[in-house]
Design a protein around this ligand. Sequence first.
Ligand code: LUZ
Ligand code: MOS
Length: 766
Amino acid sequence: MSNREIGPHTRGTSLFVGDLPDPPGMLHAAVLASTVPHARIVRLDTTPAAEVGGVACVLTAADIPGENQIGGMVQDEPLLAEGEVHFVGQPIAVTVADTPHRAREAARAIVVEYDELAGIFDPRQAAAAGSLIVPSRTFSSGNVDDSWASCKVVVEGRAESGGQEHLYLETQAALVVPQEGRRLRILSSTQAPTAVQRIVARVLGLSMNDLEVDVARLGGAFGGKEDQATPWAAIAALAASILHRPVRIALTRGEDNRMTGKRHPYSSDFKIGLDAEGRILAYEATYYQNAGAAADLSPAILERSLFHATGSYFIPNVRVTAVSCRTNLPPFTAFRGFGAPQAMFVIESAITRAAEIMGIDRRQIQHRNLLAEGDLFPYGQQAQQGNAHRAFDDVFQRFDVAALERDAAEHNRTHALSKRGIAMMPVCFGISFTSTFLNQAAALVHVYTDGSVSVSTGAIEMGQGVNAKILNVAAHALGIDPGRITIETTNTLRVANTSPTAASSGADMNGGATEIACRSIIERLRKVAAEVLDTTADRITVRGDRLMVDDEGCDVTWEQLVSEAYLRRANLSAQAHFATPKIHFDRETEKGEPFSYHVYGSAVVEATVDCLRGTYTIDRVGIVHDAGRSLNPLVDMGQLEGGLVQGIGWMTVEELLFADGHNLTDTLSTYKIPDILSAPKIEGHFLENADNPNAVMRSKAIGEPPLMYGIGAYFALLDAMRAFRPDREAFFNAPMTPERVLMFLHGDRQQATEEDIAEAAAVVQR
Ligand code: LUZ
Ligand code: MOS
């Protein structure tokens, strides 16, 4: 958030879509969603809904003037179901009424009769049935098949990771206000205003220039509003255009949890081969991605899983295959990390299993195989400014990991029912959209005659602080006080063809465009100053709100300079476009240089398990993270800590459960996220001297990578659990809920011994 947002946010006066004052005549939309996972709709009777008091209209697929199609990557998703439904929560009809309550009452009155069909919920079953979203893809390097023979140890296994609910504070929402003629003004809680513009145009049979999409800020998104804000905007736009009245939709928490997609659950097979020294020679994995009922962003997410298959490690022989499986669950979607966390969990599982079999410390295998400068990733890019070793070693020393391990061993020796575990978790994350064309952004900067400045970009502020960063970039590039600058709403009339604010790249790219725009204004101002002072432009700079000649302050202020430039008819506005340089990728060969750079870091996680109850605490996490030269250390520290805790949640207590396609965890009483009391003590440090030549002002992207430190929590818990049950094999089935811990500790025992009972009684008494 920008400096101007901190006050309103903490006072609660920032306006989100649901808080905007009601435009005159505004109506409310609600959605009737499928209650079955897979069926033919044999009867749909909306007449009882139309009879509910205050109802303005009831809309079905038949009312859509354009295409009933909201699919982005693959056109396989209707806005409103037609003939068939494919998941519980799929929108079938829209009711519009004078209050949200009456709109929902009307939706409940609609009569639907289903002819139920068999559902598929398991990705492996879907794959076996040939139910795929897109054909599978394989990345390979070296020669895996020939490598196994030269390995000392070859280990195979399976790893499962569950879904994750975004649980953004602000649920999905849109407000559409009809303007003159066909023009609609769409206020949407979206990460992707251009996607909203394009898809609404398609659904309504309009042109993109009929639509204005405006976004002030989001109350969180985490990827959940990259693709999945669009249907709600389209529903409100459909109703508003038919009724010529403003229409708002805002999902309740329950509706949002039931109707929208989450992080993809993955079921994976791995095979890893190592030499006697613990060097990884070969790695093979297959990821079965549970994509849900429509493609959404699944193919791109799958691709990022392949890119991050080897985590922070160099492995010479690799073959990884990703299969996107169509099931009868809500379409799973982008979530912080975008398929990379799932793949990293698999390689960390493989390393853990290998360490167990070889009887060596997993940390040794991790360390031995960390990426070094110039190492090749399986997709052909080299690791450059590779800080994997620096961060890992820095964590090791700073937090004295050897001592932590000794202390844990001592704790475990002296405590029968309390066990402590330690795990290191290195992270390497590629920065850039893997679809090269998305790596572009734009900015529009106006300097007004009083010297105040307005900056518009394609970046969406969702609480991640992108506005604060862009503000820093503009203030630095213009040489003026940040207090003179306002970061404007994101609006498709001011900045067109925006990429979603995603892939951690919002500040890099929109900050980059802002820097270019500000520089071109400064160039013009320097010319003016040179004329006024009868000197040459190369001697002029602006710094600290003043004109400088040869780095000496003179008595011309920023206001005077701007005012003079205006009188001399200089252009005080600039539009600029930024395209990430160099990147390319060839999907035929699956080789290229898809990422502008990588972000590196390492964490050490300490956890303690109550081996009687199966409960646990994640006690402490120490991190050394490569933030480049941070654009805003406070914002970056917030992202580091928040990402970590969200990752720990995914790996520990956040268990998304479906039964026959029904979400059993659609409330906050059944879906638990970490709270401040369960968050560990976090000590985060930024890697020193880590200037990044590949992004704006030598910074690095921050949004997604810290989530993956949370994977360490799973392995720290496993470490503690194995101290209690060294006789049992490690298992890789995240999240590690207390129930799973308890089953591992005691689930295979028929009966407690006398000794167990006595010991347990003693603990309970304490
Ligand atoms: N979205 C996307 C993303 O469309 N492509 C990506 O590569 C990506 N990566 C991370 C998060 N969102
Ligand atoms: Mo994202 S997962 O960067 O929208």
